[in-house]
Design a protein around this ligand. Structure first.
Ligand code: CTP
Length: 154
């Protein structure tokens, strides 16, 4: 019997629990999971600023259990060619893209999966910005307080 191949696309910047859970669910849908990771150049086209370079994002995703292959995503138009080339059975992506890839339905099954609640790269970037806006002295003082508290517990 032919193996069942799944493909997904994404940036996977600042790899987080939402990414992990999505990939875990995808890998259970079939036998082979291909992840197309957006290149830095493609992210620029999408007006997305990434913190982690493509090579590192691709290496992290490639080492997640259940991921069989990572390919670069360098443009919007490559999907049909990828589906044909890798004989893909299922194209799946998070629900934030619901309906956007229905044009792939003549080529394979198209699924939109529930996102993990309350986490996204955008959210992490906002938290980082807030953290960096805290004055350095306040952060150092907070660490001193933590150290003092730790001593109390020793
Ligand atoms: N995803 C998910 N649950 C989350 C965040 C992302 O299931 N909480 C899924 C997306 O739906 C997508 C894949 O992970 O299919 C890659 O998403 P990506 O855009 O790289 O991650 P986001 O955290 O959504 O990034 P951003 O906030 O920059 O859009």
């Amino acid at each position: 019997m032919k193996k069942k191949t799944i493909i997904t696309y994404g940036t996977f910047d600042m790899f987080h629990i939402g990414h992990l859970r999505l990939l875990q669910r995808l890998s259970k849908l079939g036998d082979e999971l291909i992840v197309a990771v957006s290149t830095d150049e493609f992210n620029k086209q999408k007006n997305k600023t990434v913190l982690i370079p493509f090579e590192q994002r691709a290496e992290i995703v490639a080492n997640i259990k259940g991921v069989d292959k990572v390919i670069p995503e360098y443009c919007w138009e490559q999907k049909i060619d990828d589906i044909k080339k890798y004989e893909v059975d299922i194209f799946a992506i998070g629900k934030d893209w619901e309906g956007k890839f229905d044009f792939l339905k003549p080529y394979c099954e198209v699924l939109y999966l529930e996102r993990t609640k309350e986490i996204s790269t955008t959210q992490l970037k906002k938290s980082l910005t807030r953290f960096l806006s805290i004055p350095k002295e306040d952060i150092l003082n907070a660490f001193k307080v933590i150290e003092a508290l730790k001593k109390d517990f020793e």
